[in-house]
Write a protein of this length. Structure first.
Length: 370
């Protein structure tokens, strides 16, 4: 299996960004996102979706042991489990799936609700991003330079836009890195609101930037590639910043029913294999972490919903050569760093330094020059 770090082996510093990083600019955390998604989806309280969601949220609060902020990832997880249980219950139903209010029909209603919430995700992020205090992100990005690797789990484009404002060259580590690979690399681990997945034969506007297109050796020899191989039949594109919006707005005049926004979704299971280029992005992130002399984790809690990231981080550290087994420096920057320390020590080892601050309170000029 290719290691995928051919571009990031010169990475001296790797920065892992979670929702807590963008929170510094006013972007919502996962516990704040639930209410915003519900409002954006306009579910109401009297319709079937609204009633179901209200009852589900009450159940989750009871299970969680208190009325603290409801994590949107948790909401999606429980709703998916509930839908699965109802599909199982259909086996005990005396009639077929489509005959009235059957358990299977109820499960499909739940899945429809989740699709509505997922569709509202991009719109909420766009609204919040427009009013974000971008200067707080700029305080960080002005200290980045070629060879730095950004590993971000956020869908927003604040980092990229700030890099542009400083006239710092960057790329996503995909096909856009070919011109000059030694720049700041921004690896979007879960996708981005300015990405679009489109069929290979879809003609796209000239202003869109092709990020990933897989070559299949069998197809070169004239063999037909099975239709379920999304990674071949679809390509990944990036939309210019001034065109970013909901899918129907970005793709005006195109067959939008064949396109989808390049975001992996919500919940602990994210079908990243359906996002072309994700395999290369994750491989290069592992490469960056296995080569970096310094690693800074900012506002990323490595929660139970980030199981794939935990596995990838651990694999990257194990991959380091015996002579350079541990990075010279690993900084965990989070207001709750003490509570997160144990899970990070298990991955990064004793070189971990805790900084109990939010990203907005860090003096980056001092920290990154120490």
């Amino acid at each position: 299996m290719p290691r995928g770090n051919e571009m990031t082996k010169k990475c001296n510093r790797a920065f892992v960004l979670g929702a807590g990083f963008s929170k510094a600019a006013g972007m919502p955390l996962s516990t704040e996102l639930t209410a915003k998604l519900v409002r954006e989806a306009r579910l109401g309280s009297r319709g079937e979706h609204g009633r179901y969601l209200r009852n589900l949220m009450r159940s989750i609060v009871k299970i969680s042991g208190g009325p603290t902020g409801l994590n949107v990832e948790q909401l999606f997880d429980y709703a998916k489990l509930d839908a699965e249980m109802r599909k199982m219950a259909q086996q005990r139903c005396p009639v077929g799936r489509r005959y009235g209010c059957t358990p299977y029909n109820k499960a499909e209603m739940i899945e429809g609700l989740l699709r509505k919430l997922h569709d509202s995700l991009v719109r909420v992020i766009l609204k919040e991003q427009k009013r974000a205090a971008i200067r707080r992100i700029q305080q960080f990005t002005r200290h980045l330079h070629p060879g730095d690797g950004i590993i971000t789990f956020n869908y927003d484009t604040l980092v990229e836009r700030c890099l542009d404002s400083h006239q710092v060259s960057w790329h996503h580590g995909l096909d856009d890195q070919k011109e000059d690979p030694y720049r700041v690399v921004v690896l979007k681990m879960h996708g981005s609101i300015d990405w679009i997945v489109a069929p290979r034969n879809q003609k796209m506007p000239k202003t869109f930037n092709l990020l990933f297109s897989k070559t299949d050796e069998n197809a070169r020899r004239g063999r037909q590639v099975p239709p379920e191989e999304i990674e071949y039949h679809c390509q990944l594109w990036r939309v210019p910043f001034d065109h970013v919006g909901p899918l129907d707005e970005m793709c005006h005049g195109l067959s939008t029913f064949e396109l989808w926004q390049g975001v992996a979704g919500l919940g602990s299971f994210k079908p990243l294999h359906q996002l072309p280029g994700s395999g290369l992005t994750w491989a290069r992130a592992r490469g960056a972490l296995s080569e970096a002399e310094e690693i800074y984790v900012i506002g990323f809690s490595m929660s139970p919903f980030d199981g794939m990231a935990c596995l990838a981080f651990l694999e990257a550290i194990k991959r380091r050569t015996p002579r350079r087994r541990n990075p010279k420096r690993v900084c965990l920057i989070d207001p709750h760093a003490d509570e997160l320390a144990e899970r990070y020590l298990g991955v990064f080892g004793p070189s971990l330094t805790l900084i109990k601050k939010g990203a907005q309170d860090v003096d980056w000029s001092t920290l990154l020059k120490e």
